[in-house]
Write a protein of this length. Structure first.
Lengths: 516, 102
């Protein structure tokens, strides 16, 4: 047995942002137990926000770096920074919008027309689980080998399963969690089996070494190796489950519908971002020499996902379910970025940067939409279209914010969502995938129906006079900030896309040099 | 004497994986589905260790240890969710729990 173990001390300075989130989560665990009840909520919220913002600053100082430590298992490169920042934005937004939910509990409209608390939620555990999930997702973004990738995905997912079941007295919450859990586990097993075959064929867990090995094998037999293709297929299925791509999406509507709404906002972004991080690391970095095969697979999946998500969303009268299908559709749009990757990965290849920008845009508009639902749920459980009746006359600002989020999800020009779709379409056309670009446009036109239906209900129907609990300032402020970001960030999209371009460019260039 | 090689391990693990997969798709009892997923995970462990043995590398064995640890954590979360569900719905049959269908 000749084992060459190179034992050098890891450079922990590269892992600062992730360590800050981890330490913050542990501090939260202790604070939950020891902080007196009067300051409990404010202290825990404060610790969370300070932790995430501190980690974001630590990340910004790392930008432009391209380093690895822990024998290549942990990477601090552009992709890590960009995706981790998106994840941290989502984490801060979740903490802000869940404040009123955590303080008031889940409201239920009693038969006497009064609101009562149906499910009170322990704030400490909520924040701790969010913290672990964020930490796991950041690990995926920073993963340099298959083990770290898997541990990150599982850590992120396990915490989310628990969060889904958080309103444990409500059957739908537990039922959604059960489906999410079982299918998530099933997907993990498939993903693992795929990783095993890749490891067995290439003989390495390290992503760069896998790429080097694949680039080194003779193009003739290396690419037709059935074991390799089996591994590739299993990876696509496993990751497809995690990112809720059709036909691996069955858990999505039930889990999104059942989970407490702030959790839905969180899980529609962070585990999805983690899944796309895993996809970029696995496919673009490690399996780059096989890109001809996997781009075709992703292109077909993207087409099916976009069409299915948008068509089924039309039939939904439950707004949370509607947004669940809409998030499936958006997974399809994001996947186009992956499908548009052109082999060889030149610096000008806009595919991966368009994908990264789309996840950023999706974070703002989707969490915003769910924040408005959180706001409305203060008038009792049950989130039907009718609950939006006449919102424009009772809460005009919230109605404006919701209109902005819906228009942005649809892709109306000056808003963030339009720019995101624009870059993805450009990437698709650059990659000669004109049919995918056309599908995006048609699917967006179809989606106008169900997005605008909410806007119409808000502005044209009469309010039904049901009580609305007072929201916290944090929630209202959070909705405001997200709405402004959705409105303005699109106008500043070119510096962001340049940044994403540089970072993903660095990634692919690295992959090629490792291959030589 | 039959020489046991990599292929035997891979076949065994593939068979275990498929049995587990069929179990997840066919069985309706939550506990049994959960056991079948564990079977799939252990099939993966077997092939990982076999590959590691064949490649003379330690990575696969280390990965298998990590997977076992993660599976333990999954059991904790999974059984907790199943208990919470059986308290609410008084059943652990997947087909009988479908309040969320529209």
């Amino acid at each position: 047995m000749g084992l060459d173990l190179d034992l050098t001390a890891p450079d922990l300075t590269l892992a600062w942002p992730q360590l800050i989130v981890f330490v913050m989560t542990v501090v939260l665990l202790f604070a939950d137990a020891f902080v007196p009840k009067a300051q409990h909520f404010a202290t825990l919220t404060g610790i969370s926000l300070v932790g995430y913002i501190g980690a974001a600053f630590a990340l910004v100082t790392q930008s432009g770096q391209n380093a690895a430590t822990f024998d290549g298992a942990f990477r601090a490169d552009g992709l890590t920074v960009f995706l981790s920042l998106i994840i941290l934005v989502a984490a801060v937004a979740t903490v802000v919008i869940s404040a009123s939910y955590l303080q008031n509990g889940e409201q239920q409209l009693g038969s006497d027309g009064r609101l009562r608390i149906a499910n009170s939620v322990p704030a400490g555990e909520f924040y701790v689980l969010i913290g672990f999930s964020v930490f796991g997702a950041m690990l995926v973004a920073a993963a340099g080998n298959l083990i770290v990738l898997y541990i990150g995905i599982e850590l992120s997912a396990l915490a989310t399963y628990v969060l889904t079941a958080f309103a444990k007295r409500r059957l739908t919450s537990v039922e959604g969690a059960m489906k999410y859990f079982l299918l998530g586990l099933f997907a993990s097993a498939i993903l693992l089996y795929g990783m095993t075959w890749i490891y067995g064929v290439t003989g390495s867990m390290d992503l760069d070494r896998i790429a080097a090995h694949l680039a080194g094998t003779d193009a003739g037999d290396g690419f037709t190796d059935p074991a390799l293709l089996l591994g590739l297929l299993l990876l696509v299925v496993g990751i497809g489950f995690k990112m809720a791509a059709v036909p691996f999406h069955f858990w999505t509507p039930d889990a999104y519908d059942g989970a407490p709404t702030p959790v839905t906002a969180f899980m529609s972004v962070v585990p999805k971002a983690a899944a796309f991080a895993a996809a970029i690391r696995l496919f673009v970095q490690a399996l780059e020499p096989l890109s001809d095969q996997w781009t075709t697979l992703w292109a077909v999946l993207a087409l099916v996902t976009m069409v299915f998500g948008n068509v089924v969303a039309i039939a939904q009268r439950n707004v949370k379910r509607m947004l669940a299908y809409s998030s499936i559709a958006h997974t399809g749009y994001i996947m186009v970025g992956l499908a548009a990757y052109t082999s060889g990965g030149t610096i000008d290849d806009p595919s991966i940067s368009s994908l990264l920008f789309y996840i950023l845009a999706y974070t703002f508009m989707n969490i915003g939409a769910f924040a408005v639902i959180t706001y409305l749920q203060q008038r009792g459980v049950g989130m039907m279209l009718e609950d939006f009746n006449g919102l424009a006359s009772t809460r005009p600002l919230i109605a404006v914010a919701m209109t902005l989020f819906m228009a942005s999800l649809m892709g109306v020009p000056p808003l963030l969502g339009f720019y995101a779709k624009y870059y993805v379409i450009v990437a698709a056309i650059d990659a000669d995938l004109l049919w995918l670009a056309v599908t995006i446009v048609v699917a967006s036109a179809v989606s106008a129906f169900f997005y605008l239906r909410i806007v119409a209900v808000m502005y044209f129907n009469q309010p039904d006079g049901r009580p609305l609990a007072l929201p916290t300032r944090l929630l209202s402020g959070g909705i405001g900030v997200l709405a402004v970001a959705t409105l303005l960030l699109g106008l500043f999209s070119s510096p962001i896309i340049d940044l994403a371009d540089q970072w993903s460019g660095a990634l692919t260039v690295l992959g090629r040099t490792a291959g030589q | 004497m039959l020489d046991v090689g990599l292929d035997h391990f891979l076949f065994l693990s593939a068979i275990l994986f498929i049995i587990g997969m069929m179990g997840v798709l066919i069985r309706r009892n939550l506990i049994v589905i959960f056991m079948c997923v564990e079977l799939m995970t252990n099939a993966v462990n077997l092939s990982l260790v076999a590959f590691a043995w064949n490649l003379n590398s330690i990575d696969g064995q280390a990965f298998a240890l990590f997977i076992i640890a993660v599976a333990a954590a999954e059991a904790v979360v999974g059984l907790a969710i199943i208990i919470a569900l059986s308290r609410r719905a008084h059943t652990i049959n997947v087909d009988e729990v479908r309040t969320l269908r529209n």
